[in-house]
Write a protein that binds this ligand. Structure first.
Ligand code: BG6
Length: 509
């Protein structure tokens, strides 16, 4: 019998070989993502000894800059944003892998010189012709970058080497634009070379959802409509639009967070056990969930979806401005910064179990969690005591304080029968005694190792857009349904009404 790791069909999440030597080329390297996330993640991988034995990191961007200046600004950013503090010696050896390639995105000569430079680096540094291209530029530049990668031959791997592309979000703004982008990507790279980022999939606790469900006899047996009353998925942030109005005011919470991160969490929570741990078996199951979502369209949208925008208020005792008064936001903006939805998964397992999904900015507290609310026990045995019995709730905390807790009922010590809720709580930090890696660390490593399990496949992205687009289409027909909430509160009362109709209330994080 082959063991799981010997069977290539069962690799995927289990494959953890050292990645091949390679060159990583970041397009849009002078931007925020490179400074805050990508390079700090690479440094942490270096600190953990997880990077391949040879690696080149080349920033490709339009600004004039020397290799040395680029390295220096990345060092400063890493000192600010890295999970582990920077060790000078380690930075010196890691930083030596970094270079800068100046070019316009539409200049063919810039790609020809990139190809030449990469070949030279392969010869001098042993990176063996493997290439990983990271599209971190503004989305309107993706087309020209992809065209040039194809035309210059960089997207076609030479014999015995590989070439891959990572595409940052937003992956389109609706279904037609996502399809168009998929076509563009696939003109240059085939699906097996394509890695679409959804950084929530790289979060350690998101990966733990499958283990919790399928490695514990206890939960899976009850993971269905017979025992579960409803599920709440929440992502709340105290942050506002934070200078990203140019993007966010056109996007809004539904497109920014629900289409990708929240639907991914819902899929991992709702999917059937996959045939194996390989990327496609898992992604097949997630796509089935997306195809089972009851479409929300027309009048149903106004019954099952609440959209709202933050007004002025206070976060942590500090006054903050209304969304419409934020820099570069249209003062009459109708963009939602909060959305709450009742989603139904119309399949055998979940018939009649609503998933309440909410996401918002300028809420009192930051946190992402999945709360599974079990059905009540029959109201017979303890009725005479007059005690109320809280239902069992299993909470998967995606962030912060990653962990899992279970609310149960227990007898309070004493002569009378008093029933109180108690909590069994597992914290990653204390149980495993080490900090959880950042999502980008895991995702960069997986892309270098050729494991696309934690990246979205073409059909996943397109199915998710289909669901979200019909909500947007309904919103366009009305302009009187946008609710408002004060910053620092838990969203509009309409969202409370939405869940109250099911006899439930939102959890306080
Ligand atoms: C991004 C969104 O994808 O995710 C942001 O564009 C949001 O608006 C962010 O703030 C949240 O990510 P995290 O990892 O901080 O929960």
């Amino acid at each position: 019998m082959p063991t799981q790791t010997q069977n290539p069909l069962r690799e995927g999440l289990t494959a953890r070989a050292m990645p091949d030597p390679c060159s990583l080329v970041i397009f849009g390297a002078t931007g925020d993502l490179t400074h805050r996330k990508l390079v700090p993640a690479l440094y942490n991988l270096a600190a953990d000894g997880a990077l391949p034995p040879a690696i080149n990191v080349l920033g490709f961007a339009r600004r004039d800059k020397t290799d040395e200046a680029f390295r220096q600004e990345l060092e400063e950013a890493s000192r600010k944003f890295s999970r582990q503090s920077i060790n000078d010696e380690l930075w010196a050896s890691f930083g030596a892998n970094i270079g800068y390639h100046r070019s316009e995105f539409d200049n063919a000569a810039g790609y020809a010189s990139l190809a030449k430079r990469l070949d030279e680096l392969d010869a001098t540094r042993g990176t063996r012709g493997n290439r990983l291209f990271y599209l971190a530029a503004a989305p309107d530049q993706f087309e020209v970058i992809l065209d040039n990668l194809r035309a210059s031959g960089l997207s076609t791997p030479k014999e015995g080497t590989w070439s891959r592309v990572i595409v940052e979000k937003p992956f389109g703004t609706d279904l037609p634009s996502a399809r168009k982008l998929n076509d563009l990507v696939q003109h240059a790279f085939d699906e097996s070379q394509t890695y679409r980022i959804d950084h929530y999939l790289g979060k350690e606790t998101a990966q733990n959802i499958m283990v919790l469900r399928f490695a514990n006899a206890l939960f899976e047996a009850m993971w269905n409509a017979r025992y579960i009353d409803h599920i709440q998925i929440t992502a709340s942030e105290p942050l506002g639009v934070e200078g990203r109005a140019g993007y966010y005011d056109k996007s809004g919470a539904l497109r920014d967070m629900v289409q990708n991160h929240l639907l991914q969490l819902l899929c991992l929570t709702a999917m059937e056990p996959p045939a194996g741990l390989d990327a496609d078996s898992i992604r097949d199951e997630k796509v089935k969930v997306l195809r089972s979502l009851r479409p929300l369209a027309g009048d149903d949208v106004f019954k099952h979806v609440v959209r709202a925008q933050y007004g002025a208020g206070a976060i942590d005792g500090k006054r903050v401005a209304a969304y419409r008064d934020e820099l570069n936001v249209n003062p009459e903006s109708e963009t939602e910064t909060y959305v709450a939805l009742e989603v139904n998964v119309d399949n055998w397992r979940w018939a009649g179990v609503p998933f309440f999904v909410r996401v918002g900015k300028r809420l009192p507290k930051g946190g992402t969690e999945i709360a599974v609310h079990f059905k009540s026990v029959p109201p017979v045995l303890f009725r005479a005591t007059g005690e109320t019995i809280d239902d069992n709730v299993l909470v998967i905390r995606i962030q912060p304080d990653e962990g899992i807790s279970l609310r149960m009922s227990a007898k309070m010590p004493g002569a009378s029968l008093r029933i109180e809720p108690v909590k069994m709580d597992f914290h990653y930090g204390t149980s495993f005694g080490k900090a959880t890696p950042e999502a980008y660390e895991r995702l960069l490593l997986d892309a270098m190792s050729g494991d696309p399990t934690l990246f979205a496949r073409r059909d996943e992205v397109e199915e998710a857009w289909k669901f979200v687009d019909s909500i947007h289409a309904a919103w366009k027909t009305r302009n009187d349904d946008l609710a408002f909430y004060s910053s620092g509160t838990w969203g509009p009362s309409q969202a409370d009404d939405l869940i109250k109709r099911h006899g439930a209330t939102w959890r306080r994080l």
